[in-house]
Design a protein around this ligand. Structure first.
Ligand code: PMP
Length: 411
C-alpha cells in the first residue's frame, strides 16, 4: 500500500537532498540500490559525535572516551536488535559488505577449507560476493560452484540441491539481487546447505532497507550489510556471525584492540567482537548507523516496503504499457524495489545521460554483476531502484521523460 501524501511529504522533508535541482530540473533520485539518501537526523548525529563525544574508545578512562565507548556499544546493541541477533557480541563492525565478505573469506578459509573443498555461490551475485571467494579458491585449491538462475530471475533450487554436497564448505548467497530484485528463499537455502554440512553467508546489502531480517529465524551462520544502503553513512557496515562461529574463527587483521596480551614471543587475541575489530573503529559512523536504523524502525520497515512494492508494481505496469521494445530483467514472483531494463537497442549510458539531463538519477552499466550480465546476454542495462521517499508522481514524470528519449536516440 502506498503512503498517504501528507506522510510522504513529511518523510521527504527529512531528506534535504531530495529538494535539490539538477540544472533547472527537480532531482528524481532512482538510484537507491547504489546508495540511499540520508535523513537529517543521521547527518546531525555525525556532527553531534564530532562536537560532543569525540574521543578514542575502549581504552580511555576519561569522560569523553566513556561517552564515545557507550555510543559505539549502544550502536552494536541497536544493530543486534535490528537483525535479531542473540547477542551484541555477534555484531562486528566492518567498512561495509565488501570488507565483511573479505574478512569471512580469509578467516573461514584459513580455518575450515582444505584443497578439494567447494564454495557455492549463485549466478546473481555482486562482484563483492564472487571475487573474495575466487581469491580463497585460488589460495587454498578449492572449487567455486555456481547455482544458476531461471529465466525469470529466480534461483534454480533443484540445481542448488544438486550442487550442495559433502564437499561444500560454505554457501554465499545474496538475500536480494541488486540487478534482478529477486528475493531469495533463504530459509530453504539454509536448510539445504546445513543438510549438506555447509555454513551460510547471506549478503544483505540490498535487503535490509526493504525486508525485516531475523537472523535467528533464518538460521544463517553469517549475514552482512552496508550502512549506506540503509540510510546510514558510508564507510561502515555489519558482519553478523553466530557466536560459536566467531569464537572459533581466527582474526582477519592484527593490531590494536583485537589483542588480549602481546609479547614478541606470542600474542593472544581478544574476545568477540573485538577480535575482529583491529584498530580504531568508526565510532562516529556506528553511532550514525544506529540512528539510521532507529529512524527506519520507527517509521516501520513493513510500511516502507509496502510503499516501495506498490511503486515497483506501478512503474512496471506503466512502463510495460507505454514504452515500446521494453525488456525488463528480473520477473521473479518474490521481488524487491529494483527495476532493470533496456529499450530496443538504445545504449544504457546514452539513455542514462538523457534521463540525467531531465533530472533523473538512474544507474547504467553492469551493476558490479558481470557474470549475471553474461548470463542475460547483456553488456549492461539501466536500473531504477526505489526507496520509501519516492513517489507515484515521480514515476508519472519518469514515463514521459523516457519517451522523450526515444526519438532522440532513434535519429
Ligand atoms: N552486495 C550487493 C548485493 C550490493 O548491491 C552491493 C553494493 N552495490 C555490495 C554487495 C557491496 O556493497 P559495498 O560496496 O557497500 O561494500
Amino acid at each position: 500500500m502506498e503512503l498517504k501524501p501528507d506522510i510522504l511529504h513529511a518523510l521527504r522533508s527529512d531528506f534535504p537532498i531530495l529538494a535539490e535541482k539538477v540544472g533547472s530540473k527537480a532531482l528524481v533520485y532512482f538510484d537507491n540500490a547504489a546508495t540511499t539518501q540520508k535523513p537529517r537526523c543521521v547527518v546531525e548525529k555525525i556532527s553531534e559525535g564530532y562536537y560532543r563525544f569525540n574521543a578514542n574508545i575502549h581504552r580511555g578512562v576519561h569522560h569523553l572516551s566513556r561517552l564515545a565507548t557507550e555510543a559505539h556499544e549502544a550502536a552494536r546493541r541497536r544493530a543486534a536488535s535490528f537483525l535479531n541477533a542473540a547477542r551484541p557480541e555477534e555484531i562486528i563492525f566492518t567498512r561495509g559488505t565488501t570488507e565483511a565478505i573479505n574478512l569471512l573469506a580469509f578467516s573461514f578459509g584459513e580455518a575450515y577449507c582444505r584443497p578439494g573443498d567447494e564454495i557455492v555461490i549463485t549466478e546473481m551475485e555482486h562482484h563483492a560476493n564472487i571475487v573474495p571467494w575466487q581469491m580463497l579458491c585460488e589460495r587454498k585449491g578449492l572449487t567455486l560452484r555456481v547455482i544458476p538462475i531461471r529465466d525469470d530471475g529466480s534461483l534454480n533450487l533443484e540445481a542448488a540441491a544438486a550442487l550442495l554436497n559433502e564437499r561444500s564448505r560454505l554457501l554465499a548467497v545474496t538475500h536480494v539481487s541488486n540487478v534482478l530484485g529477486t528475493i531469495n528463499p533463504i530459509v530453504e537455502l539454509v536448510r539445504m546447505a546445513h543438510d549438506a554440512g555447509a555454513a551460510v553467508l547471506v549478503d544483505g546489502a540490498q535487503a535490509v532497507a526493504h525486508l525485516t531480517v531475523d537472523v535467528q529465524a533464518l538460521d544463517v551462520d553469517f549475514y552482512t550489510f552496508s550502512s549506506h544502503k540503509v540510510y546510514g553513512p558510508t564507510g561502515i557496515g555489519i558482519l553478523y556471525g553466530k557466536a560459536q562461529w566467531l569464537d572459533a574463527l581466527p582474526p582477519y587483521q592484527g593490531g590494536g584492540e583485537m589483542i588480549s596480551k602481546v609479547s614478541f614471543e606470542q600474542t593472544t587475541y581478544n574476545e568477540i567482537p573485538f577480535k575482529f575489530e583491529a584498530g580504531t573503529p568508526d565510532y562516529i559512523g556506528s553511532t550514525a548507523l544506529a540512528e539510521a536504523l532507529r529512524y527506519l524502525q520507527d517509521f516501520g520497515i513493513k510500511r516502507a516496503a509496502a510503499h516501495e512494492d506498490a511503486l515497483l508494481r506501478y512503474a512496471t505496469e506503466a512502463m510495460e504499457a507505454e514504452i515500446p521494445n521494453l525488456r525488463i530483467f528480473g520477473k521473479a514472483p518474490q521481488k524487491s524495489a529494483v527495476l532493470s531494463f533496456l529499450i530496443g537497442k538504445l545504449h544504457p549510458y546514452d539513455l542514462g545521460m538523457l534521463l540525467d539531463s531531465q533530472g533523473f538519477a538512474l544507474r547504467s552499466g553492469h551493476h558490479c554483476a558481470q557474470p549475471l550480465m553474461q548470463r542475460l546476454g547483456l553488456e549492461g542495462c539501466l536500473r531504477a531502484s526505489f526507496a520509501f521517499y519516492n513517489s507515484r508522481e515521480e514515476i508519472d514524470q519518469f514515463i514521459p521523460a523516457l519517451k522523450k528519449a526515444l526519438p532522440l536516440l532513434d535519429g
